[in-house]
Design a protein around this ligand. Structure first.
Ligand SMILES: CC(C)(COP(=O)(O)OP(=O)(O)OC[C@H]1O[C@@H](n2cnc3c(N)ncnc32)[C@H](O)[C@@H]1OP(=O)(O)O)[C@@H](O)C(=O)NCCC(=O)NCCS
Ligand SMILES: [Zn+2]
Length: 277
């Protein structure tokens, strides 16, 4: 994931703490700021990482909202988003990395809805769902330390990308945003040392801009289901192979997920991850 500074837009910004009109600043700028902490009597939540004042009611409210989203996702109405049909993984196990390009071990199931678990794609023409999704993505960007101004590709009608959300018990608990890429941006990355192989130009089709699952729902196979939803729904005319989904500067946990989901064993024995720059 990219690690650049950004302008951000969040609801979480009690004026008592930050004198700034930028709504999402508090949760981002005040992380790890021990100096501010000493001066302003701020406390840092160990679970969500937010710094806030325990003496300020707006701060406490803002922390509550942020904390809940970070740990449990964002409330999601049943009418929001377009339901995704198609392959879903029944069991969450992933086959070991292989050099075969046809390792699609998805099986079909329709049990997600009956469990109140399903995947939707966010529709840019519906402002309420775009707003809720943007609020969730702000928490995602905070955790990834990623720019907050990169939503247009999924949030606007002209955008070429998509945002898929995993809904569980009326909350959006996971997200993947994807965008089309071409071979000029496609590279293999050696998993063990993160080096980019520059002299080969593979042709990956889709870049994973963000992937995230709220803390309470990790290690339940949700990220893999989101990856599968993106793989099978991004291009309606052709289902991609797993290796055609490329990662952008994966985090440590993202790298582990990538190594399991679509790492490819090279004949040298090295594990390669599809990436884009
Ligand atoms: C990375 C992340 C999306 C994984 O979500 P998840 O729903 O917990 O992942 P899954 O349960 O689908 O994991 C599938 C497999 O990937 C591997 N994996 C995923 N996260 C891992 C981790 N933190 N450590 C080790 N292996 C991991 C495991 O092999 C796992 O299968 P297993 O549990 O049967 O061993 C989640 O940890 C997250 O949101 N992290 C913070 C944001 C982030 O770093 N995103 C990645 C950006 S590139
Ligand atoms: Zn918290």
């Amino acid at each position: 994931m990219k690690n650049l500074g950004s302008s951000s837009k969040s609801k979480i910004n009690p004026k008592s703490v930050v004198k700034n009109n930028n709504k999402y600043v508090q949760s981002r700028l005040q992380f790890n700021s021990n100096k501010t902490s000493r001066k302003s009597n701020l406390t840092k939540c160990e679970k969500c990482g937010m710094l806030y004042s325990i003496n300020s009611i707006p701060d406490i409210d803002s922390h509550k909202t942020y904390h809940t989203m970070h740990l449990s996702g964002h409330k999601w109405a049943k009418t929001w988003g377009s339901y995704i049909e198609g392959p879903k993984l029944i069991d969450q196990k992933i086959t070991p990395p292989t050099s075969s390009s046809t390792s699609n071990d998805s099986t079909y199931t329709s049990d997600l809805q009956s469990k109140n678990e399903y995947v939707v794609v966010v529709r840019p023409q519906f402002p309420k769902e775009v707003k809720a999704a943007s609020e969730l993505m702000s928490v995602v960007n905070d955790e990834l330390n990623a720019p907050h101004n990169e939503n247009d590709f999924w949030a606007t009608v002209d955008g070429k990308g998509k945002l898929f959300l995993y809904i569980k018990d009326d909350r959006a608990v996971g997200a993947i945003s994807v965008e089309p890429i071409d071979s000029t941006r496609s590279r293999w990355m050696v998993y063990e040392n993160k080096s980019i192989i520059d002299h080969i130009r593979p042709h990956f089709k889709v870049g994973i801009s963000r992937i995230w699952v709220c803390k309470e729902h990790r290690s339940q196979g949700i990220a893999v289901k989101l990856l599968e939803a993106a793989r099978t729904n991004m291009n309606p005319s052709r289902t991609m192979q797993r290796w055609e989904l490329a990662w952008s500067q994966p985090t440590e946990s993202g790298g582990k997920l990538a190594s399991k989901y679509n790492g490819m064993k090279h004949k040298s024995g090295k594990l390669l991850i599809p990436c884009y720059i």
